[in-house]
Design a protein around this ligand. Structure first.
Ligand code: BGC
Length: 464
């Protein structure tokens, strides 16, 4: 059921050599057990404010939607190459109107001075407000999805711990991003926008999932980056800088950085090291680099390059024709897996032809088998890793029946990862009845819902 079809090549000796070189990508049961134990331990350490590669960040959000969310809300979503501004009208927890505008974030802004980035975000909000004729004399509560690791001080304040994915504006690290945005909004005279909550995309996914299915307790994103959050008992959380709003609280695990302190080195292969060395943020986000969409394509390319250097793959192709670092996207892995699943070759042939390679002249059936095999191996490893962590979180929970809300390009577009993830998770947490549910656009819709929840909390606490 979970099998990557064994590699068979016309030359048996080559086949053996390839398998030997790729063996390190296979997670044995012993390694799986060890990863699970290490993850449990790292979670516990972080919850108790001990050094850990996980953040287990307190989001201060105590509850999920209860169907009473009401009003007009703004939502911002920053995390990928696009930035979105959303206006949402909620009536009894239902989204009755949604207006969305996408804005492109240029490379200069993503890796430049943070000031310019936040001023640009404010400019987009200003543009959106004008286009949608938002009233100047009315206050708009806003939820800000900021999908990077943060140290949260309260529902509406969080300092950036580190940039990830394709962002790197060093001057913002350590700064309160809500304060920065609010300051930039003032430059556009947008005093009537009140940021009530800052959140991560996983939180948005969890909240959006809970709106659809009341059993939802975990939110996961498997896209360019990866992360999870879940509902924890507030009494298990030690870090409180400001007041606790209820018996539960959403914890942002920040599992992308799992292993940054070396605890996962026992599964790190030479290929993973090469990917890390070529990445924007070296020596960090170890776990994300095993599973995230920003990295899976490059991992595939690095492995194939090694086989190429050993003359086991594309032996007829000159080095100059081999794809350059970071040019082989993760969507290719999904497309090739699609072929494998459907016993076809059309995606694969198209991908190779786009690289300027011709069947028989440049490559043969053995190369095709190797390419498929590598995609299968790294996909299976990613699914297992995600499932191990998810099952640990499931096993912590009191509830028996739990829905996991999940979103992200890799999850959505990879044809068999989602089946593997759900089957492995079931296998590793047999006492729970778990279900994965695609909760699309949690980072947008979820932000408006979280702003609505924050407003309810504020109103309730004012009355006390
Ligand atoms: C970030 C997380 C985010 C995840 C998915 C990671 O790189 O650190 O905060 O949730 O990507 O977007």
């Amino acid at each position: 059921m979970f099998k990557v079809v064994d590699l068979v090549l016309s030359n048996e000796a080559n086949c053996k050599r390839v398998c030997e070189l790729l063996d390190q990508l296979i997670l044995t049961d012993k390694k799986i057990d060890k990863i699970r134990n290490v993850f449990i331990n790292e979670m516990q350490l972080a919850l108790n404010e001990q050094p850990s590669s996980l953040q287990m960040e307190n989001t201060y959000i105590p509850e999920l939607p209860d169907g009473k969310e009401q009003g007009v809300f703004l939502a911002l979503d920053l995390g990928g190459t696009n930035f979105r501004v959303i206006l949402m009208v909620l009536q009894e927890g239902q989204i009755v109107k949604e207006t969305v505008q996408h804005y492109h974030i240029s490379d200069e802004l993503r890796i430049g001075c943070g000031e310019a980035l936040f001023d640009y975000l404010a400019k987009c909000v200003d543009d959106f407000s004008k286009q949608n004729e938002l009233c100047d004399n009315r206050t708009y509560p806003m939820g800000f999805t900021f999908s990077f690791p943060m140290r949260q001080h309260s529902l509406d304040s969080g300092s950036l711990v580190t940039w990830t994915k394709s962002f790197n504006c060093p001057s913002v690290v350590g700064m309160d991003v809500v304060e920065k945005l609010q300051k930039s909004l003032l430059k556009y005279n947008r005093k009537n926008i009140e940021i009530l909550a800052i959140l991560n995309d996983t939180t948005g996914t969890l909240v959006q999932g809970a709106r659809i299915d009341a059993n939802t307790r975990i939110g996961i994103v498997l896209g360019t980056g990866s992360n999870a959050c879940y509902m924890e008992l507030a009494k298990n959380v030690k870090h409180w800088e400001t007041r606790c709003h209820g018996d539960h609280v959403i914890i942002d695990v920040e599992w992308g950085a799992f292993g940054d302190n070396g605890v996962l080195d026992f599964i790190k292969t030479k290929y993973d090291r090469t990917v890390d060395e070529g990445s924007l943020l070296k020596n960090s986000f170890t776990f994300e680099k095993y599973i995230g969409g920003k990295y899976l394509g490059e991992l595939c390319r690095v492995i194939l390059e090694e086989l190429h250097l050993q003359k086991l793959f594309f032996p007829k192709v000159a080095q100059e024709k081999f794809p350059k670092p970071w040019t082989f996207g993760s969507d290719n892995v999904s497309k090739i897996e699609h072929d494998t699943l459907n016993s076809r070759n059309d995606n694969l042939l198209r991908i190779l032809s786009n690289l300027g390679l011709e069947f028989e002249k440049d490559y043969n059936d053995d190369d095709i088998h190797i390419l498929r095999y590598v995609c299968g191996l790294i996909s299976k490893r990613a699914a297992q890793l995600l499932a191990i962590n998810t099952s640990v979180i499931l096993n912590r929970m009191e509830e028996q029946e739990i829905t996991v809300a999940i979103d992200g390009s890799v999850y959505k577009h990879h044809p068999r990862l989602r089946h593997w993830i759900s089957e492995y998770t079931q296998l590793m947490s047999p006492s729970k009845k778990s279900k994965f549910m695609l909760a699309e656009d949690g980072s947008g819709k979820g932000a408006a819902l979280v702003a609505a929840i924050a407003k309810k909390i504020l109103d309730r606490e004012k009355l006390k």
